[in-house]
Write a protein that binds this ligand. Structure first.
Ligand code: CTP
Length: 397
């Protein structure tokens, strides 16, 4: 849980996008944050405080003038790790840019010295208006962070210009990055490969494996949250793409090899979490082979070894995976560490329940060039990702 032990203030101003702030409040709470919601008077017209109280399990703040809550705006400004304003309406942005403090939310924003993340939401013409542009520039100049708005349907109908508030998941990812970012990752480029690859026998049949991409996607998400610039080379996967990450889609091992070779030149960290198909049909038919032709014998050839084909990677911390199926896994993994010039190899066993392919958990052993292997318990893949990045972080200078 990335927000465990963190305190977040969620300021909600009055726009129809308020309904999405309920999901955001819940998401932050489920992830361990203590969430104090501050509603403007207009926001409370859209969503009643009791909704947020139920979602966060904490009292909701709506006024500077509540009994026994003198100076509440000062505490709410000073204490939290992050203040999020979602939705941030044109009116709220204008009042904040002017430094007004005529209600609880603007008063706490004026008293706030720490990070603020705003998710603007308004009519597209209001967002494009020079007054709003100037207000956004002013606030950005004061260090405010922004997520969105997006192009998409507005309450008043379809639009091809920005105005729609970002989805709660996108706001959550941006918030996590602000709260969790760590100095060694800032300005660093992390390249992650993920998922299976697919080799065609004919246009409708493929050689592949059951990898879902979950481990690699979790690593990309975790590296983004730490503040890195992340490029994900993703084989075919049904999973939602991690937010904030640049994605290169590939299908075959050769395509993954080309993309990785090009990207590794500017990588500070390379994490090879993909399970590329190791074999491909020696010949691929251009049209579908009819089943009525009967039995088929296929000659398979080895695909390129991507890691093995990369030029020496001086200054790039390289992490490979070793997927084994029982036996002396640690010795095999150590051999891969050496043969593939890795800094770390992550050993997992495809036959162990809860580990490897097609599950949301993994049990891995992190093996570095020096020191004893770190044997981790069975964990959610997102938590495994953080443990791996903790090890990489020590190697980053
Ligand atoms: N890998 C790669 N190119 C391939 C296959 C795998 O670069 N064609 C990478 C994987 O992303 C992983 C590491 O190599 O980080 C080890 O993968 P694994 O499947 O465990 O080993 P292989 O190299 O395929 O060797 P073997 O099949 O002999 O175990």
């Amino acid at each position: 849980m990335s927000f465990a032990g963190r305190h977040v203030v969620l300021g909600v101003s009055g726009g129809i996008a308020c309904y999405k702030s309920c999901t955001l409040a819940r998401r932050l709470t489920e992830d361990g944050a203590a969430v104090d919601v501050v509603l403007t008077a207009s926001a409370a017209e859209f969503v009643r405080p009791v909704t947020f109280e139920a979602l966060t399990g904490r009292p909701v703040f709506t006024s500077l003038w509540e009994r026994d809550r003198a100076l509440v705006h000062i505490g709410l400004a000073k204490d939290p790790d992050l203040v999020i304003v979602a939705p941030a309406t044109a009116n709220l942005l204008a009042r904040a840019a002017m430094g007004l403090a005529d209600d609880l939310l603007t008063a706490l924003l004026l008293a706030r010295a720490g990070p603020v993340l705003a998710a603007p939401a308004m009519n597209d013409a209001m967002y494009a208006h020079p007054a709003t542009r100037a207000n956004l520039k002013t606030l950005a100049g004061r260090g405010w962070h922004f997520v969105g708005p997006e192009v998409g349907p507005l309450a008043e109908g379809p639009s091809d210009r920005p105005g729609r508030m970002s989805e709660p998941d996108a706001i959550f990812a941006a918030a996590a990055r602000l709260v969790l970012q760590r100095v060694p990752w800032l300005g660093k480029t992390v390249v992650v490969t993920a998922g299976p690859t697919r080799e065609h026998l004919d246009p409708v049949r493929v050689v592949t494996n059951p990898s879902t991409g979950r481990m690699g996607f979790a690593l990309a998400e975790a590296a983004y949250a730490r503040g890195a610039d992340v490029v994900l080379v993703a084989g075919p996967s049904e999973l939602p793409l991690p937010l904030g990450v640049t994605v290169h889609r590939v299908e075959t091992t050769a395509e993954m090899q080309r993309a990785t070779q090009a990207l590794v030149k500017r990588a500070d960290v390379l994490v090879m979490a993909a399970a590329p198909a190791d074999y491909r049909p020696a010949e691929s038919a251009a049209t579908k082979r009819p089943r009525s032709d009967g039995a088929l014998t296929v000659a398979l050839e080895a695909t390129p070894d991507i890691l093995g084909s990369l030029a020496p990677r001086k200054g790039c911390v390289t992490v490979g995976f070793a997927l084994e199926t029982g036996g002396d896994g640690v010795a095999k993994a150590r051999k891969k560490l050496q043969d593939k010039a890795l800094d770390f190899v992550i050993l997992n066993d495809a036959l162990e329940p809860g580990a490897g392919f097609e599950v949301t958990t993994n049990r891995v052993t992190i093996i570095g060039k020096a020191g004893a292997p770190i044997e981790l318990p069975l964990l959610a893949k997102r938590d495994v990702a953080d443990k791996i990045l903790d090890a990489v972080e020590q190697a980053l200078t």
